[in-house]
Design a protein around this ligand. Structure first.
Ligand SMILES: Cc1cc2nc3c(=O)[nH]c(=O)nc-3n(C[C@H](O)[C@H](O)[C@H](O)COP(=O)(O)OP(=O)(O)OC[C@H]3O[C@@H](n4cnc5c(N)ncnc54)[C@H](O)[C@@H]3O)c2cc1C
Length: 438
């Protein structure tokens, strides 16, 4: 008899956890992802700020699953689901909307940026969700220093060296801290005509405090530490405008050539594919066993699912996705094997952390709270543990140790994937003057 087929869409935290939980299940597993790598999103900001290279936080999915003989990996973009005929539609560079049949389906397609209805901001304030986004942010940041060094007019230095981050959640706070350290230490003695230490990092949020999910005490400690690093923290007002010249906050224009969006996220369109009930954000409302009502064979997990526990929705964090993926895998295994199914899903909150600059983090787990160096060491240890492979763990550990001790960041390359992109208009304008031209 043919084995049941389990199709997993998404090789992120949730999808991979499902695949691994099905390692010993007599089934054919097909994992489909539109990228060929699993990405450790919590460290994207370290790629954007040149601490790590892209290959240190991403790893090929087929490499991770190479020893799992019942799993096949397909590179392709899922564009829809036919619930009645039990198939998903997959497109790749070669073929469009090819149906792939399933007996069980797990949708773990994550989230993307949300500009809260102001999509026109995206052009001027790119977000950070993928490796390409992080490399683009790194290019933009490093290029700003290059443009300033080449710029003859000192009045333009200030605009070029003002970096605005919109959103003071964990990503914005971590990015602001890392950017401040990059400016103060690594770049300090690299330039001759500008002083990188004069650069401004402005962190903006409409909320009254940074790190909303943390306690007020930790949020205050993080803000203080950011300010000690020289970050300007502007709270209580959202951005009214973002354009090529910078941002407008509460009527005040902040001139900047580098604005990065570190605010909202929107779930993938899984709810639209399935035509089922979603919450206001568009996340699929799932039952206590993470399945879609009326379809015990369809599971939705991670950032794209809305699951309430004790009257509150679960947050969009990696642990929720991993635990959900593990649960879905166990439940499917029990159904295929005819064994006792696990009890309804329950998320176990192991705590939340955010790092602020060098050697300082905040950590909150139930009633326990901590900030400072010990919290940072715990943060480093836990993040290393959750990287996809031991080679990544070793490489990131060595890189962190080197950067901590020397302040050096090796990944300071401006990589434009399209050679035709202007490296810098200002360079072309400024160089003839610098060379004694007109
Ligand atoms: C910058 C940043 C920092 C973060 N920091 C933290 C942190 O410090 N701690 C924490 O716990 N969480 C953090 N998160 C959140 C965490 O990364 C997510 O909660 C987690 O990744 C969700 O897992 P997931 O499996 O639902 O989705 P993801 O891990 O996003 O995986 C989704 C996968 O689906 C694939 N996919 C999407 N659509 C399709 C499609 N149509 N067809 C095929 N494949 C598709 C994607 O390529 C991706 O591989 C951060 C997120 C970001 C963006």
């Amino acid at each position: 008899m043919a084995q049941p087929r389990i199709v997993i869409v998404g090789g992120g935290f949730g999808g991979l956890a499902t695949a691994k939980a099905l390692k010993n299940t007599p089934a054919e597993i097909i994992l489909i992802d539109r990228t060929n790598h699993h990405l450790f999103q919590p460290l994207l900001y370290q790629v954007a700020t040149s601490v790590l290279s892209p290959n240190q936080i991403g790893f090929p999915i087929r490499g991770i699953l190479q020893d799992q003989k019942n799993a096949t990996v397909i590179l392709g973009e899922v564009t829809g689901v036919d619930k009645e005929n039990r198939c998903v539609f997959v497109s790749d560079a070669d073929r469009k909307n090819v149906p792939i049949a399933y007996d069980y389906l797990i949708l773990a397609t994550g989230a993307s940026h949300s500009y809260f209805g102001r999509n026109e901001f995206e052009k001027f304030a790119p977000g950070m969700k993928s490796l390409a986004d992080a490399v683009a942010a790194r290019n933009k940041i490093l290029q700003a220093f290059e443009l300033a060094e080449a710029e003859e007019d000192p009045k333009r230095h200030r605009d070029l060296l003002t970096f605005v981050l919109v959103g003071a959640g964990p990503t914005g706070v971590e990015m602001a801290g890392a950017l401040a350290i990059l400016i103060k230490t690594t770049l300090k003695s690299n330039f001759r005509r500008i002083d990188p230490a004069l650069a401004r990092v402005v962190l903006v949020d409409m909320a009254p405090r940074v790190l909303g999910p943390f306690s007020e005490h930790l949020s205050q400690a993080a803000k203080q530490h950011l300010e000690d690093l020289g970050v300007e923290v502007r709270l209580g007002h959202g951005v009214d405008q973002i354009d090529a010249d910078g941002v407008v906050i509460a009527g005040e224009r902040i001139a900047s050539k580098t604005v990065i969006w570190t605010a909202g996220v929107a779930p993938s369109p899984a709810g639209k594919w399935l035509k089922v009930e979603t919450d206001r954000a568009g996340r699929v409302r799932v039952q206590k066993d993470l399945t879609v009502p009326g379809h015990p064979e369809i599971f939705v997990i991670g950032d794209t699912a809305a699951f309430e526990q004790d009257g509150k929705p679960l947050p969009g964090v990696a642990q929720v996705a991993m635990q959900g993926g593990h649960y879905a895998g166990k439940l499917i295994h029990s159904r295929i094997n005819g064994s006792k199914p696990p009890a309804p899903f329950r998320y176990f909150d192991k705590g939340t952390m955010a790092v602020v600059g060098k050697g300082f983090a905040v950590l909150q787990s139930w009633k326990f709270q901590m900030s400072g160096l010990i919290a940072w060491l715990a943060w480093a240890f836990i993040h290393l543990q959750f990287l996809a492979t031991s080679s990544l763990r070793l490489s990131v550990f060595l890189q962190w140790a080197w950067t901590f001790l020397t302040g050096q960041r090796g990944a300071r390359l401006i990589v434009n994937h399209h050679a035709s992109e202007p490296a810098s208009t200002a360079v072309r304008e400024a160089l003839p003057a610098a060379a004694g031209g007109k």
